[in-house]
Design a binder for this molecule. Structure first.
Ligand code: 7RM
Length: 638
């Protein structure tokens, strides 16, 4: 029996699948979708227009994604590990949850949520460490049709409050604290700070992890463990899966764009399930019994799609790691690969570059022979890092999949298929079946042929495309469908080589990619401008050896006579408070003014060049209001 009938096993099969997916997209995806467990079959495979935009896949179909991730595996692999969990501290015991156990725990926690009055369509914010209970909480929401909004542990109270308010969440699931390397993050205290601004939240469920002292407010806060005991006394451990329409919302995940306010990207049940599963099975070439390790955090889309939903819907064993790559030492990933005989490793270029810097001593004594497939995601991978990964981790015998995709795409759109289609260093290579990328020039004209570069758009919907931005559909249209009418615009620039392979070169909008995390320059500027004494600021990215991009801030300050090195630290602290530590500027240069056009627009192009160290050839500066300011900025460059 073949495990997944739609798994592509040769180059010829890829070519055929791709061809069919272009000629008959509906037939193609209907065939794939038939492999899942539907409570009712869909009536119309696809309805769409990119003008509103409106995209509906499998409409009329009914399903619950957790039945596909859990129930349908019970008969054949109920005892197989679903989640293997490695704690932050290697001395602590690891955990293994079989599909049976995971199913039980998800149903149990879904009953906890029901006990607390939650029903289909309600929104829940999840702010938790990387422990199995995070996956359980996510799946428990999906079980009863509650929309989850997971917030990454590196965001501040203010960021959490903004997200909770935007989605009007009524319940928060968190933990007392989180272990990350030798640090402890006081999750519950951060939530307490956030909730001062969030009247929609009536209940907080707190899991014990670090057992740091926390305040527990009567009537609002309760312990996860107590809630579980309550459902245990109620007897019936089952929880019928809520019937969901294919286009019902599954989750919201906030992501940064070029405006100051993060957008709530909305994914729906049917298409997201089909595409995350299809891309998982094909890109990584998952085989029965493989141990698959994605090092991302579930707080990001990579964790949603390729730790939880993709692998579990495929009946895979997914390894979850609570800690960080460099603790207790820089050999931690390799130790985990060795310990659990990991077959497929999916990580980020920033992690590879950072570990590269620690040298080969940490790799030498680890047995990495179980590895068969390597993957990267999050940002362009430079050739040096690619070769280091290939030679020292893959030992030259593991295909590397360079997977390009976005929060908005839900799953991998451009990537080689491991061992099936050829890899090319620093190239994401070819589109997955069903994906129709095109390059356009500034005016939106399609650039045909190969050996060309332009802005990357997609001209046809795939099943896990963003449906809307929560509460503001017009914003979704503006951000993704208005720049080039009739196309989904990715915000990335790309080139297509002589053989049709894509190489993604990076964002062409005001979005930074810092260690694979998307951060809007406007967001950081808003945070900086909140600091007392700051008049205005401009934030740009610059090449950073490990993070890919670093954050460079130009700040106009008139807060009186202070030690500027201290003011600089205060500004960093303000950003950390307002957005979170992940958005801290790496460099702050105080300037007397910003280069502006006569109409008052900041000339970021110039600031970007200076931050990149390119002090000559700043391009056309004739429209500048005050050219002298550029000379001053050049002199003060950090
Ligand atoms: C999955 C994820 C999306 C942005 C995207 C790109 C960049 C992601 C690659 C990449 C070059 C890659 N979602 N990006 N993968 N650039 N090669 N393989 O990262 O929403 O957080 O970020 O990340 O700029 O637009 S995300």
């Amino acid at each position: 029996m073949s495990y997944h009938s739609y798994q592509i096993r040769s180059r010829e099969q890829y070519d055929l699948a791709y061809k069919k997916s272009i000629e008959d997209p509906e037939g193609f995806w209907a065939d794939v979708a038939s492999n899942f467990q539907w409570q009712r079959r869909w009536e119309k495979t696809l309805e769409w227009n990119f003008e509103e935009p409106k995209v509906r896949w499998f409409s009329g179909g009914q399903l619950n994604i957790t039945e596909n991730c859990l129930d349908r595996h019970l008969a054949e692999r109920g005892d197989q590990p679903a989640i293997v969990w490695e704690p932050n501290n290697p001395e602590e015991d690891y955990r293994v949850l079989s599909y049976k156990e995971l199913h039980f725990k998800v149903c149990q926690f879904a009953n906890v949520l029901k006990n607390n009055g939650l029903k289909k369509g309600d929104r829940v914010c999840i702010y938790m460490p990387m422990i199995p209970e995070l996956a359980i909480a996510v799946l428990a929401c999906a079980r009863i049709g509650v929309i989850h909004s997971v917030v990454f542990g590196g965001f501040s109270a203010q960021s959490i409050a903004d997200r909770i308010q935007d989605a009007q969440c009524c319940l928060v699931i968190t933990a007392d604290g989180a272990h990350r390397g030798n640090k402890e993050i006081p999750l519950k205290a951060v939530i307490d700070d956030a909730l001062v601004q969030c009247p929609s939240v009536r209940k907080v469920i707190v899991l014990t992890r670090t057992r740091v002292p926390v305040s527990m407010i009567k009537g609002r806060d309760s312990w996860w463990e107590d809630e579980i005991r309550k459902v245990e006394t109620q007897g019936n451990p089952a929880c019928t899966a809520e019937v969901m329409d294919a286009e019902d919302m599954l989750f919201i995940l906030y992501t940064s764009g070029s405006t100051g306010k993060p957008k709530g990207v909305v994914h729906t049940c049917g298409g997201y399930m089909v595409f995350t599963n299809y891309s998982f099975v094909n890109v990584f070439q998952y085989q029965p019994g493989d141990v698959y390790f994605c090092t991302a955090d579930i707080g990001w889309i990579t964790g949603h799609s390729y730790i939880v939903y993709g692998p579990l819907s495929a009946g895979a064993t997914t390894l979850m790691f609570e800690g960080i790559p460099t603790w207790p030492d820089a050999g931690r990933f390799w130790e985990i690969v060795d310990k659990f005989k990991v077959n497929i490793l999916y990580t980020a270029p920033t992690a590879i570059r950072s570990l590269m810097g620690f040298g080969l001593d940490f790799v030498k004594n680890k047995d990495l022979s179980s590895l068969r497939v390597l993957g990267t995601v999050g940002e362009p991978i430079n050739e040096e890092a690619w070769h280091w990964y290939d030679e020292n981790i893959g030992k030259g015998r593991c295909p590397i999949v360079d997977t390009w995709w976005q929060t908005e795409t839900g799953g991998i759109l451009i990537s080689n298929l491991a061992g099936i289609t050829p890899a090319k260093p620093a190239h994401a290579t070819l589109p997955l079946p069903g994906v129709q990328p095109i390059l356009v020039d500034e005016k939106g004209e399609e650039l045909k042929g190969n050996s060309i570069s332009g802005n990357l758009c997609i001209k046809f919907p795939w099943p896990s495309i963003i449906r809307t931005t929560y509460g503001d559909h017009e914003r979704c249209r503006q951000a993704y469908f208005a720049t080039y009418p009739g196309l989904y615009f990715t915000g990335d620039g790309a080139l297509r080589d002589e053989e049709g392979n894509y190489r993604i070169t990076g964002r062409v909008d005001d979005v930074l990619n810092v260690s694979g995390h998307r951060i809007g320059t406007a967001e950081v500027e808003n945070a900086i401008n909140m600091h007392t004494g700051v008049v205005e600021s401009a934030v740009v990215g610059y090449p950073h050896e490990i993070k890919g991009q670093g954050i460079y801030a130009y700040v106009v300050y008139n807060g009186g006579s202070h030690e500027m090195s201290l003011v600089s630290k205060d500004v960093v602290q303000t950003v950390s408070r307002i957005i979170g530590p992940i958005a801290k500027p790496d460099k702050i240069q105080f300037v007397s003014g910003l280069p502006k056009t006569r109409s008052g627009k900041i000339m970021r192009r110039i600031l970007r060049k200076i931050a990149e160290g390119e002090l000559e050839n700043l391009g056309d500066t004739s429209t500048l209001l005050d050219p002298a300011v550029v000379e001053e900025i050049k002199k003060g460059k950090l």
